[in-house]
Design a protein around this ligand. Structure first.
Ligand code: ZN
Length: 821
């Protein structure tokens, strides 16, 4: 859509004119070089069975490889604490030596150069990582009200970063793609999923079946997966005919539709947007209990935390769409084209995060996408306060790998002039490197080869160096022109921005930035200019002296920056908040009104609220008017409390410290809200604001279980325990902290008991079971709760004695001893 009345466009070229290559500054990165390896593996076939209660893996792995050097007299396999029963090379047993990190194999003589060899390792292990056996030793106390909820019995894997070596002896590095096959024998009543195509399932007549899966294209070892449990499967097909298999717990059939919403649409969208077909024969997804991350993009078979399986009501509070789209994007960016070393991990995560946001845009619209971008920017600003490491580094940190990098990709699209050319370059890149390993320069070269643009400066300032620019902007009207002055105000260091060139100091950023002047007659003048010197002037002619309504620097916030200092008079903010085309410009105008007094801004904010369609801008108004006792502001807040947009209702609650008495009846209505999160926040607020009516509030919310970690039920039990002397609520909370339950229920219960300052040995047993967990989102909160009680003199001895009397594995003891000493 073009609304330009007059367009003044600078000749826009990406060549820029600097030669940066000579002075590029890298942060020393230990992971920059790919891993040394003397053989190249082409095929892995794993035969595996389990004793799940013991956490035992019984495997036989067959590896086919080619030597890369003429003198290869030893081969190394990664493998943590493996017991090797037999090891053969080309069918003959050979000398080998096992240590805690892997296996050395000695053929006796040099292997013949460049011929195919094969190796077979029969082994057992009881891994602490890589593969997880959940629910096979469920020992917690059952709650007394007859609820189910006893732990599911599952086996699942998480290979990334380098954990598959804990259960499969193999070369576990990025720089060796290979075909993998998985042959699993297990109890016939379970379902088994692995990578690739299921080529057979055999009944063994001993109560087991053998499932055989194989890949047809090579992938990386960290993407090998296995998922075993009690599932039903929803089979679908995309427009292009790709089979999609969606696993779910049979009793959660009602959650299939909201959880896997848009699943095939997503594949259709990516095939169209990326321009490269999905690279494998099928796509499957499997939810598992107690997953330590959100999800993992194993090739053809994503594993995700079952907390994302939601019903249509929980869908309001959290859903799987964003993560689903993120993992799916990895099938192209990460699985099909994979980084060579972890310093290029951004080439997976930047893309997955960005394409997930593009899917948001496709389904929910541009405002939603822009709000994603604002979230990306705010995260980047926070991360850059801590350090200024670059994105293209193994020390980038998760903010740069995910949100900051996603913002930068959108900025790359903006710099090359939009979607058309950006998409051309991405398609070229993926096709050039299909089923290969890459590093940062491969993407740069792909952009250069496919667009002809010299983008070295962009890689330098946004990928190879860190930091963010910040700008101070002012404008003035003189002699028929509007004159902007822009100064870069970030600290100038040699690890940020560009190197020095042509007398320009080091650390400055170079970007094309738009300037807009909006007049009160509705017309607009726009101009794009390269901002690269410390201070730059940009003028836009206004020969007829039209009255300016508002001006914009970098409209729609295309450029990543830590901040803009741009003082605008209130009348201009008001016009911008109501009339700016892009949501972020409207939002920023409302945000800038925070420092304006209520009498001046009240009417304008109410006008904004009534005209605005996007929740973030409405919520920003709510935050500023919430404590205003003026009647018209009160009317607005009442309307916000009953807003059809759940985000606006949540904004009211988030910004309320104590409920004003005249608004009590309005807030009370939220106890029967459709959103479970709203109910939890409302219960908390009412408890603080009007405790005398708690029995009535609890009666209203009795029996509501809620979403994620039974959030309403746990809050209800906590408040019931606090407001009565009845012990039944406490003992229920203790039961829910046990290992019959998924980790979010457990941590909600533990946190509630800590707030209630209630301790007993049953809780202690549950805490000690959770503290050593490989799931950090269980172990972390459990450790905090244990520390809280251990710091109290009255419990210290009980806890210490309990630990001494307990029977612990060494790894359990090590984790517990960090707290109880
Ligand atoms: Zn990812």
């Amino acid at each position: 859509m073009k609304k330009l009345i007059l367009l003044i466009l600078l000749a826009f070229s990406c060549t820029g004119g600097y030669s940066q290559n000579k002075t590029r500054t890298y942060l020393a990165d230990p992971e920059l070089a790919p891993r040394d390896h003397n053989v190249e593996y082409s095929h892995l076939r794993l035969n595996v069975a389990f004793d799940p209660a013991k956490g035992l893996v019984k495997g036989k792995v067959m590896l086919t490889f080619t030597t890369l050097r003429p003198t290869t007299d030893s081969i190394w396999l990664d493998g943590i604490q493996m017991t090797v029963q037999k090891l053969t090379l080309n069918g003959k047993e050979v000398k080998h030596q096992v240590d805690s990190a892997g296996i050395w194999i000695y053929p006796g003589t040099n292997l013949e150069w460049q011929t195919k060899d094969s190796m077979e390792v029969t082994y057992e292990c009881t891994p602490r990582k890589g593969i997880y056996f959940t629910g096979w030793n469920d020992s917690a106390i059952a709650p007394k009200d007859g609820e189910s909820g006893f732990s599911r019995k599952e086996i699942w894997t998480q290979g990334e970063g380098t954990d598959n070596r804990y259960w499969i002896p193999m070369y576990d590095g990025f720089n060796n793609k290979l075909i993998t096959e998985m042959i699993v024998t297990f109890d016939k009543d379970y379902k088994v999923l692995s990578n690739g195509t299921q080529i057979s399932v055999k009944d063994n007549k001993d109560g087991t079946k053998t499932w055989h899966y194989t890949m047809t294209h090579p992938h990386d070892a960290y993407l090998i997966m296995l998922g075993i449990g009690n599932y039903a499967i929803d089979d679908r097909k995309t427009k292009s005919g790709l089979p999609v298999h969606l696993y779910y717990y049979p009793e959660w059939k009602d959650r299939v539709s909201p959880s896997y919403k848009y699943m095939t649409d997503m594949i259709d969208f990516y095939e169209k947007e990326i321009g490269v077909k999905y690279g494998w024969e099928s796509y499957s997804q499997i939810p598992v209990q107690d997953f330590m991350y959100g999800a993992m993009e194993n090739t053809t078979a994503t594993i995700f935390g079952d907390f994302y399986m939601v019903d249509s009501r929980s869908f309001l509070d959290h859903n799987y769409i964003g993560v689903d789209a993120h993992e799916l994007a990895h099938q192209w960016f990460g699985d099909m084209v994979t980084c060579r070393t972890s310093s290029s991990m951004w080439m997976h995560e930047n893309f997955a995060t960005y394409y997930s946001a593009l899917f948001d845009k496709e389904v929910f619209g541009k405002d939603y996408f822009d709000w994603d971008r604002r979230g990306f920017q705010l995260s980047a600003i926070e991360a850059n306060k801590k350090d200024q490491n670059p994105i293209a580094s193994s020390m980038a940190g998760s903010i740069r790998l995910y949100p900051q990098g996603a913002f930068v990709l959108n900025m790359l699209k903006y710099v090359v002039g939009g979607r058309e050319l950006y998409n051309k370059a991405i398609k070229y890149y993926l096709e050039k490197h299909k089923y290969e390993n890459v590093e940062a320069r491969d993407l740069l070269i792909a952009f250069e080869e496919s667009t002809g643009m010299s983008l070295d400066w962009f890689w330098e300032e946004w990928y190879f160096k860190g930091g963010l620019p910040s700008y101070s902007v002012s404008y003035s009207e003189q002699n028929g022109t509007t004159q902007f002055t822009v100064t870069q105000t970030q600290e100038l260091t040699d690890i940020t921005g560009l190197s020095s060139a042509d007398g320009r100091p080091v650390g400055l950023f170079k970007m094309p930035i738009w300037f807009e002047v909006h007049y009160s007659d509705g017309s607009v003048d726009k101009k794009q200019a390269w901002i690269e010197k410390q201070t730059e002037g940009v003028s836009i002619a206004n020969p007829s002296g039209k009255k300016i309504d508002f001006v914009l620097f970098d409209p729609d916030n295309q450029v990543l920056k830590s901040g803009v200092s741009f003082h605008k008079p209130f009348e201009m903010l008001k016009a911008q908040a109501i009339k700016a085309e892009n949501m972020l410009d409207r939002y920023d105008a409302v945000d800038a009104m925070k420092s304006v007094d209520l009498t001046t801004k009240r009417a304008a904010l109410i006008d904004v609220y009534n005209k605005e369609t996007f929740q973030a801008v409405k919520s920003a108004v709510v935050a500023q008017l919430l404590n205003d006792s003026n009647t018209i502001s009160r009317t607005l807040i009442r309307s916000a409390i009953t807003s059809p947009d759940v985000a606006v209702r949540k904004a009211v609650l988030l910004n309320t410290k104590l409920i004003a008495s005249d608004l009590l009846p309005d807030y009370e209505k939220l106890l029967s809200d459709s959103s479970y999160d709203v109910i939890v926040s409302t219960l908390d607020l009412l408890n603080k604001s009007n405790p005398s009516k708690m029995p009535q509030y609890l009666a209203t919310t009795k029996g509501v279980i809620g979403t994620l970690g039974r959030n309403v039920q746990m809050k209800w039990l906590e408040l019931s325990a606090a407001s009565t002397n009845d012990n039944q609520y406490l003992s229920k909370l203790v039961a829910y902290s046990g290992n019959s339950y998924e980790f979010r229920t457990r941590t909600n219960a533990m946190d509630a008991l800590m707030r209630l300052d209630y301790f007993d040995t049953a809780l202690l047993a549950n805490l000690l079971n959770a503290v050593p967990s490989s799931n950090g989102r269980l172990a972390g909160p459990a450790s905090e709760v244990l520390k809280y009680f251990y710091a109290q003199d009255k419990w210290k001895k009980t806890i210490a004695d309990f630990v001494i009397a307990g029977k612990w594995q060494s790894w359990q003891k090590a984790a517990i001893r960090k707290i109880v000493n």
